[in-house]
Design a protein around this ligand. Structure first.
Ligand SMILES: [Zn+2]
Ligand SMILES: [Zn+2]
Length: 339
C-alpha cells in the first residue's frame, strides 16, 4: 500500500509500505476519505531532526470500507461502510468500557504511535469501526471521526438552545462544525476569524455574523449584538491567546465556554476574569465513542451539510500539494479521497 510520511520541515512524501495484516479482533479498512486536521500540522512542521527515523503515517480522520477481518471478528463484515473512531484503546479499562476511549491509559493515536489514515489501508480494532449510514458520504465519515465529533460533544456540553447567542473563536473545520450543530439547535452564532476565506465560509454555512478580530474590537461588537450583556456561550477552537481571552471576556454574567483549541502553551487566563462573573469554563477532547451514534443520527435528521466545508479534495499521490495548501490556512476542510 501507499502511505504519507512527514520527513520534516513542512514536507510530505508518499511511500510504499507493506499491506497490514489483521490480527485477532482487528480489521483492515480500505480508506475512501481521510481528512487533514490542524493537529497534523504540528507534526508536518517539525524539523527534519525532530522527525528523524519517524515514518509513521499521519491521519486520524479515516472513513472507508472494511476490507479484511482478523480472527474472531463478527461485529463487522467485509464491505461495511465505516467511520473509524479516533483512538484505539485497550477495550477493557473503566474508561474504555464507559466509552471514554480518549482517557484510556493505553490509548494509541493514528499518526503517532500507530499508522494513520493517509494511506490506502488502515489497521484498526473491529470495535473502532462505526457504521456510516448509506446516505452519508465518506467525506462525512472523515469529518465525524474528528472535527464534527469534537464540535458535537462541545455543543452537548454547552447545551445550546434557541435562546442562546454563541461566539465561536476560529472558523476552521471544528469551529464550522460547531456552527452547523449550533444553528441546527436554534442558536444564534457569531463567528470570529482573522482569515477572510474562513469568515466567508462561516457566513455561507449560516453564521449570523462573522467578525474579523484584526479590524473589529470583538468584545465591543459582541456586547453591541447582545444588548450590552455579552454572549451566553463561547466555543474556543483557535488555540490562540486572543481567542482564549476572548472566549472568557465576551461572556455575559454566568455564561459558559468550552475550550478545544490546543496551541498556545503559556498561561493566558487569570481567575479574576471569571470568579466574580461566575463563569463555567470547560475543556473538551474528541468525543466519547457512544456519542458517534447520536452524531450520525443528528447529521441525518438535520441534513447537516458537513461536506460543504470541504473546499479541496486531492488523491493520495497529491498529498504533498494537499498539505502545502492546508498549511497556508486559507482553506476549509481538505480531504484525501479515493475513487
Ligand atoms: Zn483531527
Ligand atoms: Zn482502556
Amino acid at each position: 500500500m501507499r502511505g504519507v510520511v512527514f520527513p520534516g520541515d513542512r514536507r510530505a512524501e508518499v511511500r510504499d509500505f507493506p499491506d497490514p495484516e489483521p490480527g485477532p479482533d482487528e480489521v483492515v479498512v480500505r480508506i475512501k476519505a481521510a481528512g487533514l486536521c490542524g493537529s497534523d500540522l504540528h507534526l508536518y512542521r517539525q524539523t527534519a531532526a525532530q522527525r528523524a527515523g519517524n515514518d509513521t503515517i499521519p491521519g486520524h480522520e479515516p472513513s472507508g470500507v472494511v476490507e479484511a477481518l482478523g480472527p474472531g471478528v463478527d461485529t463487522v463484515q467485509v464491505g461495511d461502510r465505516v467511520s473509524v473512531y479516533h483512538y484505539r484503546g485497550c477495550g477493557h479499562c473503566k474508561h474504555c468500557r464507559a466509552g471514554n476511549v480518549m482517557w484510556c491509559a493505553e490509548r494509541r493515536g493514528y499518526g503517532g504511535p500507530i499508522h494513520g489514515a493517509d494511506a490506502d489501508l488502515l489497521l484498526t480494532d473491529a470495535r473502532n469501526c462505526m457504521p456510516l449510514p448509506d446516505e452519508l458520504s465518506y467525506a462525512h465519515g472523515a469529518l465525524m471521526a474528528c472535527a464534527a465529533g469534537t464540535a458535537f460533544s462541545s455543543m452537548h456540553k454547552l447545551q445550546v438552545s434557541g435562546q442562546d447567542t454563541l461566539v465561536i473563536f476560529g472558523q476552521g473545520p471544528v469551529g464550522l462544525c460547531g456552527l452547523l450543530v449550533a444553528k441546527a439547535l436554534g442558536g444564534r452564532v457569531i463567528g470570529v476569524d482573522p482569515i477572510p476565506e474562513r469568515r466567508a465560509l462561516a457566513l455561507q454555512l449560516g453564521a449570523d455574523k462573522a467578525l474579523d478580530p484584526g479590524q473589529t474590537d470583538v468584545l465591543t461588537a459582541v456586547r453591541d449584538l447582545t444588548h450590552g450583556d455579552g454572549a451566553d456561550l463561547a466555543f474556543e477552537t483557535s488555540g490562540s491567546a486572543a481567542g482564549q481571552n476572548g472566549a472568557v471576556d465576551c461572556l455575559r454574567l454566568g455564561g459558559k465556554a468550552v475550550f478545544v483549541g490546543f496551541g498556545v502553551q503559556d498561561k493566558t487566563l487569570n481567575p479574576s476574569q471569571f470568579i466574580g462573573r461566575q463563569l463555567t469554563l470547560m475543556g473538551s477532547f474528541v468525543m466519547p465513542v457512544y456519542m458517534y451514534y447520536d452524531l450520525a443520527q443528528f447529521v441525518l435528521d438535520h441534513d447537516l451539510p458537513l461536506d460543504r466545508m470541504v473546499t479541496h479534495r486531492f488523491p493520495l499521490e497529491q498529498a504533498p500539494e494537499a498539505f502545502a495548501l492546508f498549511d497556508r490556512g486559507a482553506t476549509g476542510k481538505v480531504v484525501l479521497e479515493w475513487a
